[in-house]
Design a protein around this ligand. Structure first.
Ligand code: ADP
Ligand code: MG
Length: 293
């Protein structure tokens, strides 16, 4: 039979804004010593903003933004929402896209105005046979050095430029990381974004262990590698791309503001998407288990 204390703990969790999959989940939190944090949407707002459009020599920045935005309109990724939103604001209703394909962690592809438009990381453009002009590569490097995320867009054999988007760290994230550290946990930042953008966020939060440019399919492997080194890992995430890592972790915590895939894969859900509540959850579990023992 389930000890009453566990049920009481579960009820107390609900009051704190923590949905607990089952009373036994509280047990798994006991030995956690590491907390892996997804960047976009977990420690940052996930509402990215377009800060710049850089056109290749001779290219039209409005056409670049418009075609990139048209393809991104079919994407649910924060980067895609920023580009599509800004494109519609600046250039009006976007043209239709056909043959849309999402490449997780890389970008998106679709046909607009009769041309195949590729939008995403340099690697995706290279894979699609698009040449990246020197000037565009330099603009991408500059944007990343400033901690931004640059998304290339191109068609007909060439990258036409880049849309630069910026992420914002949530006001509550520094407190949340301090609270987790106060519980003796080592914070680790995990993201598919570029190393410089990840480093900027990590520095703002005092996190020294960073894994950047990790493809969605590889996030769970990063968790597994930590476990193989003897760490007991909690993972906090919000995206479809975090689901496998949440399932792999000793304790998976989903942001209630995140995707259904993340919530379904997690042991705990932070209902309001407030990362500070992750520390509350671990404190609650420890206290509940002390009551039993
Ligand atoms: P995170 O781990 O931070 O949630 P993702 O793995 O989802 O990031 O994405 C990693 C990177 O892949 C993004 O920073 C972006 O460069 C690129 N990317 C992902 N989705 C898109 C998209 N829809 N359009 C353009 N680029 C994308
Ligand atoms: Mg995320």
């Amino acid at each position: 039979a389930t000890p009453t204390a566990l049920l009481v703990g579960t009820g107390r969790g609900a009051q704190l804004g923590i949905l607990i999959r089952g009373p036994e989940v509280l047990e798994s939190t006991r030995r956690v010593d590491t907390v892996v944090l997804d960047k976009t949407g977990t420690v940052t707002t996930g509402r990215m903003a377009l800060v710049d459009v850089v056109a290749a020599p001779g290219a039209d920045p409005d056409l670049l933004l418009r075609r990139a935005g048209a393809v991104e309109a079919a994407s649910e990724h924060p980067v895609g929402r920023a580009v599509a939103g800004a494109a519609a604001d600046r250039t009006g209703p976007l043209p239709a896209v056909t043959g849309f394909a999402n490449r997780p962690g890389l970008g998106v592809v679709g046909e607009v105005d009769g041309v195949r438009v590729v939008v995403g990381r340099p690697r995706l453009l290279a894979e699609s046979g698009l040449v990246v002009p020197e000037e565009v590569a330099r603009a991408v490097a500059d944007a990343e050095r400033r901690g931004h995320t640059a998304v290339l867009a191109g068609w007909d054999g060439e990258a036409r430029g880049a849309c630069v988007v910026a992420d914002t760290v949530k006001e509550t994230s520094a407190d949340a990381v301090a609270a987790l550290r106060g519980l003796g946990l080592t914070p680790v930042l995990l993201t598919g974004d570029n190393a410089a953008a990840a480093g900027t966020v990590a520095a703002a939060l005092g996190i020294t262990e960073v894994h950047a440019e990790v493809l969605p399919a590889e996030k769970a492997a990063v968790v597994a590698a930590l476990q193989a080194r003897g760490r007991v890992v909690a993972m906090v995430g919000d995206g479809v791309n975090d689901a496998a890592a949440l399932a792999r972790a000793d304790l998976g915590l989903a942001m209630g503001t995140g995707t259904d895939a993340a919530i379904e894969a997690a042991d705990l859900t932070l209902v309001r998407g407030d990362l500070r509540v992750a520390a509350d959850a671990i404190r609650l579990a420890r206290r509940t288990l002390r009551t039993i023992r």
